[in-house]
Design a protein. Structure first.
Length: 435
């Protein structure tokens, strides 16, 4: 039975445990043991595989720790309080303007300045008091951030989007369907529209009502208020810009964060004896999330080693028959399960392409429809997965004062508003518009 496929069963177990508010880290570990146990890997073999695979997210985990430390250091200089007041004056007491502004800024993290989640621990914690004053429901803000982290790479052929589209074009060509990388973006507007509708529903409908939060101290951060820009504040901004420049030039987010921290020390913005305090604060903010990312990489390795992903994809053939609608829906649901399991939309494409592309050819889908289904199947699960940086990133910023729950305040809202939207958009685009 499909239900007893190790991938399906472990993802269901992980999701159920998370929804029951069991710690995400423990939930992933149990899900990995379920996958390995059902696949016959044994407990010791499963744990060994999980530990061996944790290095897959080592750079991401190190990035989180260093970015948290950088966020604490920037807050310590007082420039964060100035930035918060500037944004407060810009939004002029209008929470919808703030939510849309953050979604807009977040989009740049995928293309114009491709730093992915690096901006969140720096920008969001200082804005929490402003959000509290405006009574912003942080679930809406989580959706705004997730929209900016996902939509640009799906729809725009620049930055991370160019990488995503390049993988799509390559894997489609490898499996019998030629398409130019420069043409990948053309039909993907439908997925962008679907996600835009999703974020607008979250902001203006689902989470429009005021929600009360307390003004609590930020974890690991001492509030420093500065009234005007001084030399140390300008030097702090130079250090922050340096982090982005180094990351873009070297392709290494940890190196960028480290360069900024060194610059802050050299400029005298933080003192030698304050470095330990900054690092401890960074670990308080981002430490658990960094460990979750490490374990998530190990879980993805266990999922791949079970061999159950291929079995799950092959099971589609018997389910589909000759129906385009059933085939499209089945591909999307299986893509959702796989992405939630292995934890990366970019890594999902090569996994599913070997079956999805021939299946699309067999069912008579056009090239454009195949692009839509492949992109949506890969991206599904990225929003809503407890172990995805698309959800962990927003939680790291919004929970800086301990009032934002990862599963019910980030994962469930983003899952409902984006994964459902992507499925609907992909079905409409692949069957009704492009056929």
């Amino acid at each position: 039975m499909l239900l007893f496929n190790p991938v399906v069963l472990s993802v269901i177990v992980m999701s159920a445990l998370c929804l029951l508010k069991l710690n995400v880290l423990i939930s992933i570990l149990i899900a990995a043991l379920v996958a390995g146990g059902v696949a016959g890997m044994g407990l010791s073999g499963t744990i060994s595989t999980l530990i061996g695979g944790m290095g897959g997210n080592a750079e991401t985990a190190l990035s989180y720790i260093l970015l948290g430390t950088l966020a604490v250091a920037i807050n310590h200089t007082g420039v964060a309080s100035i930035l918060s007041r500037k944004i407060a004056s810009l939004v002029n007491g209008k929470k919808y303007v703030l939510l849309c502004f953050i979604a807009f800024i977040a989009c740049f993290s995928q293309n114009l300045i491709p730093v992915h989640i690096a901006f969140i621990p720096i920008l969001i914690p200082p804005l929490l008091k402003l959000m509290n004053q405006l009574k912003v429901d942080r679930r809406a803000m989580a959706c705004s951030l997730a929209f900016g982290l996902k939509t640009p790479y799906i729809t725009l052929p620049v930055g991370f989007g160019l990488i995503f589209h390049g993988i799509l074009a390559k894997e489609m060509a490898n499996n019998g369907m030629e398409v130019a990388k420069t043409a990948i973006y053309k039909p993907l507007w439908i997925l962008g529209v679907a996600m835009l509708i999703g974020v607008l529903l979250a902001i203006f409908v689902t989470y429009r009502k005021p929600r009360e939060y307390q003004d609590l101290p930020l974890k690991g951060m001492e509030e420093v208020i500065s009234e005007k820009m001084e030399l140390k504040h300008w030097l702090t901004l130079v250090a922050a810009i340096l982090a982005f420049v180094v990351q873009i030039l070297t392709g290494s987010l940890p190196l960028g964060a480290l360069a900024a921290l060194i610059a802050l020390f050299v400029f005298g913005c933080i003192k030698w004896n304050e470095i330990d305090t900054m690092l401890n604060g960074g670990i308080q903010i981002m430490g658990l999330i960094a460990i979750i990312m490490l374990v998530a990489a190990g879980y993805g390795t266990v999922i791949r080693e079970t061999g159950a992903v291929a079995e799950l994809i092959n099971a589609l053939v018997g389910m589909v028959g000759g129906s385009k609608a059933i085939g499209a829906f089945a591909m999307l649901i299986v893509g959702l399960l796989i992405t939630m399991g292995i934890g990366t939309s970019f890594g999902t494409i090569p996994v599913v392409a070997t079956i999805y592309v021939p299946m699309c050819i067999h069912l008579g889908f056009s090239v454009e429809s195949t692009v839509i289904l492949m992109a949506a199947a890969a991206a599904l699960g990225d929003a809503g997965s407890p172990a995805s940086d698309t959800t962990l990133g927003p939680t790291s910023g919004l929970n800086a004062d301990g009032q934002h729950e990862h599963i019910w305040d980030t994962c469930v809202p983003t899952f409902l508003h984006f994964n459902v939207a992507l499925i609907i958009g992909a079905m409409i685009g692949s069957i009704m518009i492009y056929g």
